[in-house]
Design a protein around this ligand. Structure first.
Ligand code: PSU
Ligand code: MN
Length: 303
């Protein structure tokens, strides 16, 4: 094992016994949701993964180590501390060497999961190509990571804070399979549809597990993206949420928010503008992803 990686007992035992393991990110806790819903989510998502037959491994940077598998106290710290660094690929070595507290994005969580030999990772949504790309050239490092690192990411698509058609084009160029779970189009996080068709659809977890085994058998590098629509009963109205998103994006431009602060700014603003409705949808889609992600990891481990 890499010398920076520290496993907790549950994850260490699962690795030795070849049990299915599902990684979880910590940026969603520290920078993606307000307290106390963030820590409630972090605990509940782990329980859902256990209930569905896999072992959860939430990942964060603490005291110069990559902690894989956190305890309740770690989760509380990540949920409440004011000085948590948002760690993407660029930031990983610096936050480790300076022994800062860091929450990992999708990109950094994929890197750390791969170092710990974990193949599955559940989250809410990935980063992507931002709106206004022509001017700002803002593309999340999550997309490059999906191109490189052999981890399967289960999410609810990407938010329409992003330029979804360009995000799909980027993933196609980089050779990342994007598989719709029981859907023909890219879900847009708060809504089941986005109007962007996918070329791959799979309707059950066995089929997805078989696909992953096949890709492993080919020795192809890079990750996979499984997009799982938010459950119907929790979906938000498309016109409603998109108008709030547009307003939040306009405010981010007016206030000159840049770089890694853009995504957290937009997420927090959408929660405020929607009076918490977006947060409730966000929680529900993460729980749904945890269920499907654990089932995929379990099906894969049985093959
Ligand atoms: N989208 C969400 N919630 C989140 C994020 C994205 O709906 O918490 C976080 C994830 O950690 C993702 C990161 O990897 O934001 C992307 O940030 P950036 O666009 O700066 O790469
Ligand atoms: Mn960015």
């Amino acid at each position: 094992m890499n010398k920076f990686v520290v496993l907790n007992e549950e994850v260490s035992k699962a690795l030795k016994e070849n049990l299915p393991i599902v990684a979880l990110e910590s940026t969603i806790i520290s920078h993606g949701m307000p307290y106390p819903q963030n820590v409630e989510m972090a605990n509940k998502v782990e329980d859902i993964i256990r209930q569905n037959g896999a072992v959860p491994a939430t990942i964060a940077i603490m005291e110069g180590k990559i902690k894989v598998g956190l305890d309740a106290e770690d989760l509380e710290i990540l949920a409440t501390a004011k000085d948590v660094a948002k760690v993407s690929r660029r930031d990983l070595a610096a936050v480790l060497s300076q022994k800062k507290l860091g929450a990992t994005t999708v990109a950094a969580t994929m890197i750390c999961a791969n170092l710990a030999k974990i193949k599955f990772f559940v989250t809410g949504g990935i980063g992507g190509v931002h709106k206004g790309y022509e001017e700002f050239m803002d593309v999340s490092a999550d997309l490059e990571e999906l191109a490189m690192t052999p981890v399967t990411v289960i999410c609810a698509g990407a938010k329409s804070i992003l330029d979804l058609p360009r995000t799909l084009e980027y993933l196609e160029t980089k050779g990342v399979p994007v598989i719709g779970y029981q859907t023909d189009e890219l879900p847009a996080f708060y809504t089941r549809k986005s109007g962007n068709p996918l070329n791959l659809r799979m309707d059950d977890v066995e089929e997805i597990a078989e696909f992953i085994k096949t890709k492993e058998g080919l020795g192809l590098s890079g990750g996979n993206l499984i997009v799982n629509p938010i459950p119907l009963e929790h979906e938000l109205d498309q016109a409603y949420i998109n108008s709030l998103i547009e307003r939040a994006v306009e405010e981010s431009v007016e206030q000159h928010v840049t770089g890694k602060d853009i995504t957290p700014f937009l997420l927090a603003r959408i929660v405020e503008l929607s009076d918490g409705k977006s947060l409730e949808a966000n929680l529900q889609l993460v729980y749904n992803n945890a269920k499907i992600g654990a089932q995929i990891a379990l099906a894969h481990s049985r093959k």
